[in-house]
Design a binder for this molecule. Structure first.
Ligand code: CAA
Length: 288
């Protein structure tokens, strides 16, 4: 089934209330392709930012559409993983919408840019893999950093060019890029606005996998499918624990990990996984 996020408004129309001609965020759940015909649906949803004419720039309507889609999928037990990509071949997302933001003031930039939705995206419990072709700049790079893994096409370009616009990254770049690549490299990238290609991004630890450009979405769907086939409570717990490592002192992070590990012994899937191991058979996960 192909679902579509509710009708959105254009950046200009977002201000006037006029309807946008077509949705700017598409949701395909189950995701098409990548899985052989006749195989069971692995529970992967494909979410696509669909503004190729603006290189998938992130305006308020896109951010609202993403937050709505992620929230809905996160509550849907038939969804086990999300792949996020951008329409077309030129960009994952070329950043926040500069034209929409240009006239903003400190008071209006929040709603104009849809900045309230970033926290909703970050709170998603399901694993989210970004499939990045072309530009992932500014907010696009920050969106990739906020998600859990990046599969990059060999045509991908990452960067935080905000300094060249007279601002700084505003959706987590100074914090998440620094945690991902370290202070020295983050300083150089953010203070110069220099872009890097997929291979350099992989070397720096921003990207999990670089693949031939035309295979990007399929390879991300395959990776998501492998994760979706694993016990969902453990997958969510693992994601939460790894993310906590970005925020907590070591002792607190270790305590959280131990609590989570112990709690999983209350799940049917732990009993099933360990019984299946002992009985030398494949496990049958129930998600309970
Ligand atoms: N916002 C709005 N529109 C954008 C955009 C953006 N971030 N990026 C590209 N576009 C639009 C262009 O205006 C152009 O539209 P028109 O055809 O109507 O003129 C269309 O997309 C195609 O772009 P270009 O003609 O510029 O394509 P190019 O191949 O010559 O250049 C590019 C590609 C190098 C990515 C260039 O478009 C560019 O530099 N984009 C801006 C990148 C940027 O600075 N991003 C950071 C934004 S600020 C931010 O993200 C803040 C934050 O932290 C949240």
């Amino acid at each position: 089934m192909t679902e579509t996020a509710p009708a959105k408004t254009t950046a200009g129309a977002a201000r006037t209330g006029a309807p946008r001609a077509r949705p700017v965020v598409r949701v395909d759940h189950p995701a098409p392709a990548a899985f052989g015909r006749g195989q069971p649906d692995p529970g992967v949803a494909l979410v696509t930012i669909d503004r190729p004419e603006a290189l998938n720039a992130l305006d308020a309507a896109v951010m609202a559409g993403l937050a709505e889609a992620f929230g809905r999928l996160d509550r849907d037990p038939s969804c086990r993983a999300i792949v996020l990509t951008g329409a077309g071949t030129r960009a994952f997302a070329a950043g926040a919408d500069i034209k929409a933001m240009a006239g903003a003031t400190p008071e209006t930039i929040g709603p104009i840019g849809g900045f309230e939705h970033w926290a909703t995206l970050a709170a998603t419990g399901l694993p989210v893999i970004t499939a990045v072709r072309g530009f992932a700049l500014g907010g696009g790079c920050e969106l990739a950093l906020l998600c859990d893994m990046v599969v990059a096409g060999d045509d991908a370009t990452f960067g935080q060019p905000e300094i060249k616009l007279g601002v700084i990254p505003g959706a987590g770049g100074t914090q998440r890029l620094t945690r991902a690549v370290g202070k020295a490299r983050a300083m150089e990238l953010i203070l110069t606005g220099r872009s890097i290609d997929a291979r350099e991004a992989e070397r720096l630890g921003l990207v999990s996998l670089v693949v031939p450009a035309e295979e990007t979405v399929d390879r991300a769907l395959e990776l998501a499918g492998r994760i979706a086939a694993l016990p969902p409570l453990a997958v969510r717990a693992a994601k939460a624990a790894v993310n906590a490592a970005q925020e907590l002192p070591l002792a607190d992070g270790l305590a959280l990990e131990r609590r989570s590990f112990f709690a999983l012994f209350a799940s049917q899937d732990q009993k099933e996984g360990m019984a299946a191991f002992a009985e030398k058979r494949p496990p049958r996960w129930t998600g309970r």
